[in-house]
Design a protein around this ligand. Structure first.
Ligand SMILES: *Cc1c(COP(=O)(O)O)cnc(C)c1O
Length: 442
């Protein structure tokens, strides 16, 4: 469904920022519809849902530790470090003329076990949730059993009757494929044209079936959904509308609360917490934003970041049309090197929540992804994939806006968390190319 040109023009008149967005100029949008915390109860998900999701992760911990030795250290809990990055803060202040006050941290989801990206939260959670539901219905397991039984041949044979489908630009497919195949499901991954070759190969190696498309993410997800739902034994992980992905992501907030306490970081009215989250369909940033609001209320301020060529959630929230509009409707091409961010249309489930909770969205150019990636390697020795570096511009961009003064925030006592969303599985050669490209742009 394309929109008439005249309608687009009417929108641009109503929201002048759209003029800059369609011209691909990097922008900062502040959400004037953000709700105060007394409205959290009106959302379609609750704090109880998030706590139940935490318990599901707990039940599967013995299974995960058994199947994925890299999670043994954390007792089968999939979690990443929170690292202070003072050298990067200095570099941003120098090279980007940012005026960052307060402490800068990196949430290292690039190191997450199993999937090497933030999808190890949402994607793995949704598959575990589905597997548990099937196993309980079949009478194979009860919630207080030891879940290492999920490794048994009996379980694998049982799950072998079912298939799981997913549309992906790469990372979601990896997470669903790896955990799904491990449990014994037939996994069908529908990959958009921009998905990297090594991701497809790795998936096939893990036992998933990969279908390749010439079109973008929306097309891959559309075909994947159609093919999966006609299969009576098929289950589709729908990135455009998934409550389970969302809840899987939200658990990160509970964990980060503990990590901040370990670092003796205060979060209160005088010590605001700013969080910067790379955004594709809006599921992972939305779920984490939701979780953080449940815990820190009005003292946490979440910002999403999108490439100038794929500002789908920005356009969806700014116009209020959410999943009904795509960037292509506005003449934007959805071409970006930020894997996971090349999304033309937002998730309907996540956007209906984020429109009430997100503080704002900024956009950046692809060149900055590579520059930031290289600066982070040089200053902190941390390797991310390009999309995952996008949050690093957040502190500078938001502090330069009116946000803090509008909200009377004490930025001198702020804590900034940049969410690094992926990187660990990127082949070394590709990582070197990213780094070289970043250096050449400086
Ligand atoms: C998927 C992904 C995102 C964005 O998550 P959405 O749920 O699509 O908004 C960001 N960074 C990376 C590396 C990703 O793989």
């Amino acid at each position: 469904m394309a929109f008439e040109k005249i309608e687009i023009e009417r929108w641009i008149q109503k929201y002048p920022l759209l003029d800059e967005i369609t011209n691909l100029t990097p922008v900062v949008w502040l959400n004037s519809n953000i709700n105060k915390m007394d409205q959290l109860s009106t959302l379609p998900v609750s704090k109880t849902d998030m706590e139940e999701a935490t318990q599901l992760w707990q039940r599967f911990a013995t299974y995960l530790a058994h199947e994925f030795p890299e999670t043994q250290e954390t007792g089968g809990i999939i979690e990443s470090q929170l690292r202070k990055i003072p050298n990067m803060k200095n570099e941003l202040n120098h090279k980007y003329d940012a005026k960052i006050t307060g402490d800068l941290y990196l949430k290292c989801d690039n190191e997450l076990p199993i999937a090497g990206s933030i999808k190890a939260r949402g994607g793995v959670y949704e598959v575990l949730h589905y597997a548990e539901k099937l196993a309980i219905e079949e009478g194979l397991v009860a919630k207080n059993d030891d879940y290492t039984v999920f490794s048994s041949d009996k379980f694998k044979a049982f799950f072998g009757q079912f298939s799981i489908g997913v549309g992906s630009t790469g990372n979601l497919g990896l997470s669903i494929g790896i955990i799904g195949a491990k449990l014994g499901f037939n996994v069908e991954v529908y990959m958009s044209a921009d998905a990297k070759q090594w991701k497809k190969e790795l998936l096939r190696e893990k036992g998933a079936t990969v279908h390749e498309f010439k079109g973008d993410f929306s097309e891959a997800i559309y075909v994947g959904r159609q093919k999966t739902i006609i299969d009576p034994m098929g289950y589709f992980v729908d990135d455009e509308n998934s409550k389970h992905l969302f809840l899987g992501y939200s658990v990160a907030a509970i964990r980060i609360k503990e990590q901040l306490a370990e670092e003796s970081v205060q979060v209160d009215a005088n010590h605001p917490l700013f969080v910067y989250l790379p955004c594709g369909v809006g599921g992972s940033p939305g779920g984490i934003n939701f979780g953080l609001k449940q815990i820190f209320g009005d003292n946490v301020h979440c910002f999403f970041v999108e490439p100038t060529h794929s500002p789908s959630v920005l356009i969806g929230l700014l116009t209020g049309e959410k999943e009904k509009v795509s960037v292509q409707d506005f003449g934007i091409d959805n071409q970006t090197e930020g894997d996971g961010l090349a999304v033309g249309r937002p998730s309907s489930f996540a956007s209906s929540i984020s429109e009430k909770l997100v503080s704002g969205i900024y956009t950046l150019e692809d060149d900055d992804l590579f520059k930031l990636l290289a600066i982070l390697v040089d200053s902190e020795g941390i390797h991310l994939e390009p999309s995952a570096a996008s949050g690093l511009l957040g502190p500078g961009r938001i502090l330069a806006s009116n946000y803090a003064s509008n909200n009377n925030l004490n930025v001198n006592q702020a804590t900034h968390i940049v969410w690094a969303t992926g990187g660990a599985l990127v082949p070394e050669k590709d990582m070197e190319k990213f780094y070289e490209k970043g250096k050449s742009l400086m």
